[in-house]
Design a protein around this ligand. Sequence first.
Ligand code: PAF
Length: 252
Amino acid sequence: MRVFHKISEWQTARAAPDFAGRKIGFVPTMGALHAGHRALLERARAENDIVVLSIFVNPTQFNDLGDLTRYPRTPEADLGLAEGLVDCVLSPNAGELYADDYHYRVTENELSLRWEGEHRPGHFDGVLTIVLKLLNLVHAQRAYFGEKDWQQLQLVRGMARALFLPTEIVACPTERAADGLALSSRNARLSPAGRVQAALFPKILRESATADAAVPLLQAAGFGVDYVVDDENIRLGAVQLEGIRLIDNARL
Ligand code: PAF
């Protein structure tokens, strides 16, 4: 497994003959890897010749500075999880990825303003911009995204279509703990009691008769509710617990 911190070194390696004619599967992450990321990497491993993982805590997608500073960072454990599944890890610093000082960015003007976008202004500009930069650096055949971040997945797909990107965007099912909580790097910040309580979120989201009916049930279970909405056959929700934001979705 080769780890690249310098973009120029990655670009030299990417242009070398050992990549020629081989299918590349790409998994972009912000690190703090867990079994959900492992599932993305395993799928990428099964479907491609070379697996590239990026680890970059992207500052432009954090509308809340506290959330950015508290975001878990576990670089050594991340490399341990990647070992054996990943060929190349791309982990540049912010100065290199944003040499333009974020003067150039991708903005979507419709879906990105709803739900997550309404509660996290600018979040999806940051996500789409970093995903485009990474896709342009990696030149993968396929890139893998989890369905937990449903709105992110739709927006990345939309960007790939709108900008004629050559990489196929592959959606992967949400990985869940035994009690149903969607795996997320932020779960690590919950107290043991909060972690038990958090499992009520997917349960209420799934079992409520309507999106509106889920709101008072979630509040009664101790969550602050940012939104619960039904979009075609998907129910999307975001809640706060112990100052930590959890998002999830359920098929109706
Ligand atoms: O889903 C994530 O972890 C991030 O939003 C992504 C896609 C790696 C972009 O920073």
